[in-house]
Design a binder for this molecule. Sequence first.
Ligand code: SF4
Length: 424
Amino acid sequence: MNKPELVAPAGNMEKLKYALAFGADAVYAGQPRFSLRARDNGFKTLDDIKKGIDYCHERGKRFFLTSNIIPHNNKVETFSRSLADFAALHPDALIMSDPGIIRYVRETFPDIEIHLSVQANCTNWMTTKFWKDMGIKRVILSRELGMDEIATIHEKVSDVELEVFVHGSVCMAYSGRCMLSNYMAYRDSNQGLCANACRFNYKLYASNTPQEEDYKTLDRKYYIKNTQNPDDELMLMDEDEYGTYILNSKDICGIESLEKLIKSGVCSFKIEGRTRSLYYLSVVARSYHGAINDLTMGQPIDEHHVENLQKLDSRGYMPGFYAEKRVNPQNFETTRVTSNVAHVAAIVRGYQENEKKAILSIKGTIRKGDRLEVLRPEKSEVIQAEGLLNHKGLPAEKLSSGLENCSIDMSFDPGEYCLLLNLH
Ligand code: SF4
């Protein structure tokens, strides 16, 4: 079995380093101002991107630059002008979605590899062939495709690389072509400003008058049903103390579909989430890296890789459209999952071999005696928090969030990339 590439999100330089350390073969990061994560992008300048590219290339890894906004007239010229500076840095590919800008790049920088963004919503083999003829090397397929559809695309257009998203949040609209955020929060999703309006928690009120003070929250159950089809099930319009989440899709988790996706012709797996935490990124990258290694060695996926994903904060998992039997992604009872989620207590910044102490940036709370999971690229182990020293080097019973240069006893060198999770 050919080993597929694992592509992880890099929201900033630190995340990029962790993604690679925990098993990613490549990362994607946003072109400043012109990717669909224009906010919260840690790569703010040309120099930031250069450092990211250099870091990857020095380690034999790949760096893809996401340049996938849907520009209006007033951005077309600045966008295309700025591409020249970024192309000169030699990213391994540009991830793009706008046909006009793609043609401009193809004509102006013929050597640069282009990957078609999921945002372009490629859903069939004819469109895939069109993009291949336009000089696209890799198509990131629409998330809304089933396994058989992917296999057909590969069969009919075998000389284009296919990539799919296997883990992370899912839009309720066709992969981002959505105006909900514009409407609810005055922020345009297609210009990189999505406010995740589909995931806000809403309350449903009922009133016969338009005065807000007359509105009441629901005091009994309401349902909706498709009136065209009497066999359809009733869908509960319910709310808990937080509100209702009728548009809040579960997250996709495709780890158990990897083998079939590879057999269907997919050569690259992508993880969503440039704004997710270091912890999330590390665990997801390590799990998928481990699963891909198992499969390429002809072994079943180790259960630990699947179980570790359950420790992460999520909206609940679903296999997406890859599953043979479609599941209802809008199961209200299981949409919000926050229990059993581990908390990052600290990032390890160094190790004092003589003292056998790990130097820490504290991100949560560590109390003497707490059980800590030491999360490393190759494995995890559990230790007990002993020998706490605070930022002044003084013995402490507790280390609190925000403190730098603290330390605890550790009998082994945890390496350059390590997080401590508090299991209490
Ligand atoms: S509001 Fe939701 S569905 Fe719309 S683009 Fe944003 S994440 Fe996607």
